[in-house]
Design a protein. Structure first.
Length: 566
């Protein structure tokens, strides 16, 4: 079933659910008018439907390969990348002074959603470059910016992020890669990085790696880590890619899905690198890229959920089984109550995830454009929720999509299984969803819960203002408030024991808010019916999740490690 870019749905969300007009009202983004955005989204939708979506299956069937040390990408990916680069999709938010489009993150988020639905494995490439551009804009020297940013924004070069090592996954502070000063302002980078997405390709002139490494006087742990820009080819002063740097792709991983994205083991053997940001300030600098990527990976879940839902709806509308239990039905499996339950849930959760991602993006834009600290705190609090709920939903919706297909869901030709396989990693990379939940209930609650309570205030106020239509949401928000009060009173490990269900409950309550806004904007109609279904079914899980969130860790440790392993 061909992918259809949901531009009208995204536009509805921007106009009626997440208040995008507030972004256009700022001086910085005054040019990003609804008309400009609409034209860009329409063109992006066309490219995704016509150029990128046809590559999705080819990427799955013909994974990237390593041949004589060179990565050969999947058939058609070079053309797809060229279309992305020419449209400027790696540089939507980048500074126009360096060739970027200077548009809000909200617009990039909408475009990323469509690219990811069309071909997730290829979209990961421009997503990494978007994050690298932002990190360099914030932390690199003027010389580095002048040399690298025009090449990255044009798409001639692309970017990667290198954190992970065999012994340093979630625990980035355990990394061993070394950086020795060369005495000429550059550094010699030595070490191995694993799982590096798009660590190489055969369609850009250069690949620029942002690498975390430790200087000789760097302390153990995260405080002693610095960030370096390490290009595959060392650029000449005029920007031509020069001699090869001392780095190579050792091997590619064989994966469950996302086959079109080369996941590389990288070896750096005294490779020349340039410091980005302050010595020992690497984690702070890398966080610019990681926060960008956390939103971007949350959107991976949305992309998968949208594509899987479109697929399942098309299949259900065609598949005939059994007698229709309703009058004037379609005669297809769409008429069966359980199939309706699955499809309605897929649509309702996909809507909630889209609204959450765009809401977060609007908060980021407003914080950047106005310097409003409360808005920045709102964005920081929403980031782990978006990453985790987005990706968990992508997986669960794709899983349900397989179920809707029956046996055909297990057969690769339908494409339903590929969505599940491609989307599965999103809950793992860019910080596992467990790590996101710990960030939410740990670091993001170091303010005593202020950011959490501010969001709950917002939900309660809107729910109460909606009268009878908001009653269920108001009651859920009150439960979330009580659970948050309990959560901030717990010690850290007890919080962490309940962090994942708490994060999920918060996301579902926000989903209720977005659905309510959509219903109110519409008056009466299908959005209202979808909102009622989400609140009655998906949001109904919140009390159970919150009960689990408050249990603490005692029962988990009561079962000893020996009990588990025996
Ligand atoms: C396809 C793919 C692409 C990737 N791309 C990149 C990339 O481009 N760049 C890059 O740097 N990395 C990349 N990664 C690496 C990815 O970010 C890591 O796999 C991820 O951070 C988890 O690390 P790990 O695999 O070592 O798991 P581990 O850290 O070993 O985690 C195993 C389990 O333990 C849990 N856990 C670990 N520590 C804690 C803790 N303190 N408290 C509670 N639970 C904990 C985790 O949540 C997880 O469930 C990629 C990975 C994959 C699979």
């Amino acid at each position: 079933m061909p992918y259809r870019a949901p531009v009208p749905e995204i536009t509805f969300c921007l106009d009626h659910v997440v208040g995008y007009s507030r972004v256009t009202e700022t001086e910085r983004f005054a040019d990003a008018t609804p008309e400009t955005v609409s034209a860009l989204l329409t063109e992006a939708g066309r490219i995704c439907e016509e150029v990128l979506a046809p590559l999705n299956r080819a990427g799955d069937l013909h994974p990237a390969k390593l041949e004589n040390g060179v990565v050969r990408t999947s058939p058609g990916f070079a053309d797809g990348y060229r279309a992305i680069a020419e449209a400027g999709f790696a540089a939507i938010t980048a500074d126009p002074a360096y060739g970027g489009l200077g548009l809000p993150q909200t617009v990039a988020t909408a475009v990323n959603e469509m690219m990811g639905s069309a071909c997730l494995s290829l979209e990961l490439n421009p997503l990494m470059t978007q994050g690298q551009i932002e990190a360099l804009e914030h932390h690199a020297s003027d010389e580095i910016k002048a040399l690298y940013l025009p090449k990255l924004t044009s798409g001639e070069w692309c970017g990667t992020m290198n954190l992970t090592e065999p012994q340093a996954g979630s625990d980035v502070g355990a990394l061993k890669t070394k950086a020795e000063p060369n005495g000429d302002g550059t550094y010699a980078i030595t070490g191995q990085k694993i799982y590096i997405s798009w660590g190489d390709n055969d369609f850009t002139e250069n690949v620029c790696h942002l690498v975390l490494a430790r200087l000789p006087d760097g302390k153990p742990g995260t405080k002693g880590i610095s960030l370096f820009l390490v290009p595959k080819r060392i650029p000449e002063a005029d920007g031509t890619p020069g001699v090869a740097n001392s780095l190579k792709v050792v091997s590619l991983e064989h994966k469950l899905g996302l086959h079109g994205s080369p996941t590389c083991v990288m070896q750096y053997d005294g490779a020349t690198g340039w410091l980005v940001g302050e010595p020992h300030g690497g984690i702070a600098a890398m966080f610019t890229m990681m926060n960008n990527a956390r939103l971007g990976v949350g959107v991976h879940g949305l992309s998968i959920a949208e594509a899987a839902t479109q697929h399942a709806l098309a299949y259900a509308a065609d598949r005939v089984q059994g007698r229709s239990p309703i009058e004037n039905g379609t005669g297809t499996i769409l008429d069966h109550a359980d199939v309706r339950r699955m499809l309605t849930g897929m649509k309702a959760e996909t809507f909630a995830v889209r609204a959450l991602a765009l809401d977060l993006a609007v908060s980021i834009d407003l914080a950047n454009a106005t310097g409003d600290r409360a808005m920045a705190a709102r964005a920081a609090f929403l980031t782990p929720i978006c990453k985790a709920y987005g990706t968990d939903t992508g997986i669960s919706v794709a899983d349900t999509g397989i179920q809707v297909h029956g046996g055909m869901g297990f057969i690769e030709e339908t494409g339903a299984a590929q969505f599940y396989r491609d989307g599965r990693v999103a809950a793992i990379y860019e910080g596992t969803n467990g790590i996101q939940a710990m960030d939410l209930t740990g670091r993001k609650m170091m303010d005593g819960g202020a950011a959490a309570f501010a969001l709950i205030d917002e939900i309660e106020a809107e729910a109460k203002a909606a009268g009878a239509r908001g009653e269920l949401l108001a009651a859920t928000a009150a439960e979330l408030r009580a659970a948050t009060e309990r959560m901030v009173a717990l010690d850290l490990n007890d919080r962490f024991a309940g962090a994942v269900p708490y994060q999920h409950a918060f996301a579902l309550t926000l989903g209720g808010l977005y659905h309510l806004r959509a219903a109110l904007a519409e008056g009466e109609g299908s959005r209202t019916r979808l909102a009622q279904s989400f609140m009655a079914r998906q949001m109904a899980a919140v009390p159970g999740l919150l009960a689990e969130a408050g249990l603490g860790a005692a029962d988990l440790y009561a079962l000893s490690a020996e009990d588990l392993v025996a």
